[in-house]
Ligand binder design. Structure first.
Ligand code: ZN
Length: 64
């Protein structure tokens, strides 16, 4: 049964997001421990969660 695999998902990966404020594309780390802001306009792109961040901006691509 593949149940164990659900628990052992990759702990961290990179996701590319597009800022809704200025359109800047930025790659953020899923395991970042704090809120990630846009480097161009300082808008919040992702908020830190319990174990991984939650993207606020539009996700363009996820890199495992
Ligand atoms: Zn921005």
């Amino acid at each position: 049964m593949p149940e164990e695999q659900l628990v052992k998902k990759p702990r961290s990966f990179f996701i590319k997001v597009k800022c809704s404020g200025c359109g800047n594309e930025q790659i953020i780390f899923s395991a970042a421990s704090r809120t990630v802001h846009c480097l161009a306009c300082n808008q919040v792109l992702a908020e830190s969660g319990s174990s991984r961040i939650r993207a606020v901006a539009k996700i363009i691509k996820a890199h495992l």
